[in-house]
Design a binder for this molecule. Sequence first.
Ligand SMILES: Cc1cc2nc3c(=O)[nH]c(=O)nc-3n(C[C@H](O)[C@H](O)[C@H](O)COP(=O)(O)O)c2cc1C
Length: 226
Amino acid sequence: MELYEAMTHTPSCRYFTDEAVPKAVLHRVFDHARFASSGGNRQGWRFLVVTDPELRRAVADLHRKQWDPYFLHALEGTVGFQGDGSGAKMEHGTAYAEKRLRRTDDFAQVLHEVPVLVVAYVELATLAVTDQHLDRLSVVGGGSLYTMVQNVMLGCTAEGLGTALTTLLAAEQPDVDALFDVPDGFALGALLAIGWPVPGKQYTKLTRKPVEEVVFMNAWGQGLTT
Ligand SMILES: Cc1cc2nc3c(=O)[nH]c(=O)nc-3n(C[C@H](O)[C@H](O)[C@H](O)COP(=O)(O)O)c2cc1C
């Protein structure tokens, strides 16, 4: 698959078959994804590939502890899905946003059945968090994890696999650490579900803002146009 095609065809997959993913395929994906950039080339990322059914169940249960209350709040006001950055609500209305939300709930309720759950960690000592002293939320630290996470997602697309990224599990890190004996000094940054997509159940066209709205040239608000 050509790179630009992978970049424009990597949706959040919500419906997976129960067919196992061969270890060799996963290895190939990670073997390419590992060339991602990280601050100082420290490569502090660590990925736990979870295929054992009982462990997947435990991870999915922890994820649902965060998802279920979020879902109820979101249903009341479609919180988060208004401002998820995709422009979905603005372009397609509330019904569309609610449909997305319900698809995400379908996914969360059967997360334990997804053949591969990958928990992404990063070693805190490897991070140079250059915005940590500013009077706002810090965003830089994750930069040395999510480059590889995105590469994994693109690699999966190239293999015909679907992926769904969630960060809700981060709030349950102590319990996830205990489950896998994770040593101190690591932060849980993402959960990535990986499997074969159910044909016909995926979005075929992604909804994203145009370049002019999100990329500026020489002055803030001055969109990059051709
Ligand atoms: C940082 C981050 C957190 C996300 N958290 C969740 C999540 O908790 N649950 C989920 O199902 N999807 C999550 N997503 C996926 C987005 O909701 C999804 O990419 C977005 O709605 C656009 O959908 P699409 O990629 O299918 O077009 C997350 C994505 C990112 C980058």
